[in-house]
Ligand binder design. Structure first.
Ligand code: ATP
Length: 276
């Protein structure tokens, strides 16, 4: 997606045909549905996983009425202004928890012609220190067998400030608000899916996450910083040293001086004086 392509479009609406036209993938998004309004695309994916859905299938919605972030938190989106989608993956991946960071790297790479996006480990994409996209990876098991991984991605594309609840305006923004003009959501969706497929296929073949983890390190907004590590009601200060070879966050506890490794899950990161 070039800047020129984006500028030509003013308020283009989401269209299945226009996304498919721009896809260069062989698997990801080759089956693609666009719903008008759903509770959340991850929920639709989970409900239909056993029967109809195939590997690489993508579900998009113009509107999510009950979008979710991690830990059951709410993910807001305004009808027709945000991209909300789920990618369904069916092959067995060794370490599904790494797919959140793979997705973050793919998104940052896909959007890089527009701006230099930062990654807030493990699942948020920020621009000018505001969250413009988030990722929620969920797994579906049958007994102890991993059946599918569902990757939910929300991208704030064309929202205005008035589309966000006041409570999150200090930390949330849209591409339009940060870049100053509306963008074509179809070009963004396709660029992301194209980038995702390349990284995902490479990971499946090599089983080596170092390529996408290196992007996560390069784009990290927290490596080298002192931050709050929030875990439920507990929080502690720590310096972020690095992202390890297994995607873990390596921190040094401010109080004890001890090194620790954090794995996504329940943890949220906050800046010392603000969101990040
Ligand atoms: P954070 O550190 O920003 O709280 P998190 O990773 O702990 O993020 P997520 O699941 O990524 O949690 O995101 C959910 C949170 O993001 C919500 O609690 C809300 O504060 C914020 N949020 C909700 N909708 C949006 C949105 N459309 N854009 C940006 N942020 C949002």
């Amino acid at each position: 997606m070039t800047k020129k392509e984006q500028n030509r479009e003013s308020t283009v609406s989401l269209s299945k045909e226009q996304i498919i036209e721009k896809l260069t993938t062989t698997v990801i998004g080759r089956n693609l549905s666009l719903f008008d309004s759903v509770e959340s695309t991850n929920l639709v994916a989970k409900e239909h996983i056993q029967r109809e859905l195939v590997d690489g299938e993508v579900l998009l919605a113009l509107e999510q009425t009950a979008g979710k972030g991690r830990l059951g938190r709410e993910w807001t989106s305004s009808k027709g202004k945000a991209l909300t989608m789920s990618i369904v993956l069916k092959p067995l991946v060794e370490k599904p928890y790494l797919l959140t960071q793979l997705t973050a790297a793919a998104l940052a790479a896909a959007l890089s012609p527009l701006a230099d996006f930062g990654i807030k480990w493990p699942n948020d994409l920020l621009l000018n220190n505001k969250k413009v996209a988030g990722i929620l990876t969920e797994t579906v098991y049958s007994g102890s067998t991993l059946e599918a991984v569902i990757i939910g991605v929300g991208i704030n594309v064309n929202q205005d400030a008035s589309d966000f609840p006041d409570s999150i305006l200090t930390k949330a923004s849209s591409l339009k608000m940060e870049l100053g003009s509306p963008l074509d959501p179809n070009a963004i969706a396709a660029a992301f899916l194209n980038s995702f497929e390349v990284m995902y296929q490479q990971y499946l073949q090599t089983k080596d996450p170092s390529l996408f983890l290196e992007i996560c390190r390069e784009k990290s907004l927290i490596i080298g910083k002192t931050v709050w590590i929030v875990n439920g009601k507990q929080k502690k200060k720590a310096r972020v040293k690095d992202i390890g070879t297994d995607g873990e966050l390596k921190i040094i506890d401010d109080m004890t001086g001890m090194e620790e490794a954090l794995y996504g899950g329940e943890i949220s990161i906050r800046g010392i004086d603000g969101y990040i």
